[in-house]
Ligand binder design. Sequence first.
Ligand code: GLV
Length: 333
Amino acid sequence: MSQRPRILITCDTFTEVIDFAREHFEVVDSQGRAQSAAAELRERLHGMDGVLVAGTDRIDAALLDAAPAVRAVAIAAVGYNSIDIAACNARGVLATNTPGILDDTTADLGFALILAASRRLGEGERYLRANRWKRWENDLLLGQDVHHRTLGIVGMGRIGQALARRAGGFDMPVVYHNRNRVDSAIEDRLGARWLPLDELFATADVVCLCLPYSQAAHHLVDAALLARMKPTAVLVNIARGGIVDENALIEALRERRIAAAGLDVYEGEPALNPGLLELDNAVLVPHIGSATRETRIAMGLCAARNLKAALEGGVPPNLINPEALAQAGTRRA
Ligand code: GLV
């Protein structure tokens, strides 16, 4: 009987995912464990054929070299900037992600942050819990309207489009920036108008970042772009922390050059820039864009199915790096 592939699941996951994985693999799981440090991950990965990772595990050349049997890396996330794809390609390691499953859940969180930052929900909650609410006041916690304000979406992929659909319910005109304009039929359906990036920042009342992280997107939102925004504008980031120059954002918020920000992602997460914590006009949540039970189970199962296809010698449905297939074929032969 041929041996079943051995896989490591590096992250805590739901039993549905573990059960599925156990039907197909010899599984080393991480239930109840804290996230492995890099050195520990290297040790745990040794001898494995595949690995199911969380978005926080760094998969790089050194790690792959320390685990030469690994043939597939499945990330339970849509963003895969934590995986060195060139290193995977060079070693014939197939890498997969989980697109399409978390769009609505992440767009919901995006909209929650738009509302929370615009209407000062974090401040309101802190005010109430501190027992400071003594009387009705006409100008207590005045915020920014959301309805009928222009929403600027940077990155019009699936999540950006899901956000644009939600904007319709708030009668918000939508402008967007994307490297390539989306199909005009999609623009028409969403009522979305393409703008150059600097014009979008100057025009929008709410800017929401929905683009993937890449070297080219590093600090895309810098002091100069922030300076284009209206003093009443709100910035929301549900993409990746590194896209925003966090120090520049903190300055803009501190000096009230923009009204507020809603952030799910951070440059050095889970470490936080202490400057952010001092700001009342920033709503901060800990990278929970896809965090509902249903969606996280679906993401875990999707990653496990990708791993199954890859380790059975097939082409996984969500293969990121078809470039690795030829090299992978050589390894299998
Ligand atoms: C979450 O950030 C993801 O990329 O899925």
